[in-house]
Design a protein around this ligand. Structure first.
Ligand SMILES: NC(=O)N[C@@H](CC(=O)O)C(=O)O
Ligand SMILES: [Zn+2]
Ligand SMILES: [Zn+2]
Length: 428
């Protein structure tokens, strides 16, 4: 028995939609047909009435924190994948800064097993570049690849030694996996919680300068050129990083990059005060000029994809105030509505542009077989209501994390049903 998704709006081109009936069988999309042809034989099939809602390939998020093992009070694979499903995501790539970190075959297996038994969406793990993310000794790249990691990263912390990064890139290149970099030079950061900019100045705070990120981006681009690795830059937040990546792409260096919704929508000038740590993340909210540069970078293809950097923390941890709370905000359950409402509904981007950056481009960049709405493709699907306006209410999140700066924002574009390989994993 299959499932007919009836009267779905699918993207034809740009903002142009067309009505289709989509048949899902054996975990795959078996047919996509015109709604006026009348040839949809419903006999023996379940029906999901899409009622004109947008149907896209399931969203893909290449940068998320599921916190398991070790930080189950912040999130678990069970709650994190449900949060992803509620946000319309069907494939997510999880960062290894857990406890223990994902630097051994055993921990990779633990995460994959948990994802299989307790998760509801597809989970692709990254492995650490260095043991314990300490920057001192490379992990066993071959063994981690064999266990199932899709790339190497020490996300949460930058690899401080250029030699260590060069060795990592050479090794990763030799086994055909990418290096994914959290770009941050520790000597330029020391104890600061917000960017250098108007907010830091007003409150007499030491700021995190743009160079702390861009120095690593520049260094790593040169190392990527030297080693030939696929180098992917995490959560780009500065004008300088965008410029460096743009130039590197122009001369053919194999660099790709991601950007988060918050770095496209918020600047340091939006931070309400020093008590509210829901505005604290790494990299920090930058200046309006950087926000503009990130938007331009995404639009011109310098930045390839949107990721959430979903980084849940407990309410107790986040209550410690801007200076003392951990960095990070949740992202799954607001990402699509935020970008849809602020960039597509306002006419700045087409719907196809946004959907592609959350499906097609991440799949292409990481060589994944998902992210396409086509006959024969996996039935990873998301239905999205583009009409109903609703305010962001963290109490409704499936995530354990409530740490978002977007509380109360009135948005459209809420996912209403998420399917992974033909199985409904979340519906409104
Ligand atoms: N982004 C964050 O602010 N925090 C992340 C770490 C990271 O992505 O660097 C976390 O693990 O909490
Ligand atoms: Zn990071
Ligand atoms: Zn991260």
């Amino acid at each position: 028995m299959g499932i007919w998704i009836r009267n779905a709006s699918v993207i034809k081109d740009g903002n142009e939609l067309e009505k289709k009936h989509v048949l899902v069988e054996d975990g795959k999309i078996s047919r996509i047909i015109e709604t006026d042809g009348g040839s949809a034989d419903l006999t023996g099939h379940e029906v999901v009435e899409a009622d004109g809602k947008l149907l896209t390939a399931g969203l893909i998020d290449m940068h998320v924190h599921l916190r398991e093992p070790g930080f189950e009070h912040k999130e678990t694979i069970a709650t994190g994948t449900r949060s992803a499903a509620r946000g319309g995501f069907t494939t997510i790539a999880c960062m290894p800064n857990t406890r223990p970190v994902i630097d051994t075959v055993e921990t990779v297996k633990y995460v994959l097993d948990k994802a299989q038994t307790e998760g509801v969406v597809r989970v692709l793990p990254y492995g650490c570049i260095t043991k314990n993310e300490l920057g001192r000794e490379l992990t066993d790249f071959e063994a981690l690849k064999e266990a199932g990691v899709i790339g190497f990263t020490d996300d949460g912390v930058g690899v401080q030694s250029a030699q260590m990064m060069k060795d990592a890139m050479a090794k990763a290149a030799s086994i055909g996996l990418p290096v994914i970099a959290h770009c941050e030079d520790n000597t330029l950061v020391e104890g600061a919680a917000v960017t250098e900019g108007a907010f830091a100045k007003k409150h007499g705070l030491k700021g995190i300068p743009n160079e702390s990120e861009a120095i690593h981006v520049g260094r790593d681009i040169l190392l990527a050129e030297a080693t030939g690795v696929h180098y992917h830059v995490c959560h780009v937040s500065t004008e300088q990083s965008v410029r460096l990546i743009r130039q590197a792409k122009q001369i053919g260096i194999k660099v790709t990059a991601e950007v988060c919704p918050h770095h496209l929508l918020l600047s340091d000038e939006d931070i309400p005060g020093v008590d509210d740590a829901n505005w604290k993340m790494n990299p920090p909210l930058r200046t309006p000029r950087d926000v503009q540069a990130c938007i331009e970078g995404l639009v011109d293809g310098t930045l390839d994809m949107v990721v959430t950097d979903h980084a849940p923390h407990s309410a107790e941890e986040k209550a410690r105030g801007l200076m003392l709370a951990p960095f990070g905000i949740v992202g799954f359950e607001t990402a699509f509505p935020l970008l849809y409402t602020k960039f597509v509904a306002t006419g700045q981007w087409t719907l196809q542009f946004l959907v592609d950056r959350m499906t097609k481009t991440p799949a292409e960049v990481f060589g994944l077989p998902w992210g396409r709405l086509a006959e024969g493709a996996a039935a990873d699907l998301t239905l999205i209501d583009l009409e109903t306006e609703k305010a962001v209410d963290p109490e409704e999140f499936a995530s354990k994390g409530r740490n978002t700066p977007f509380t109360g924002w009135k948005l459209k574009g809420w996912p209403t049903l998420t399917m992974v390989e033909g199985k409904t994993v979340w519906s409104e």
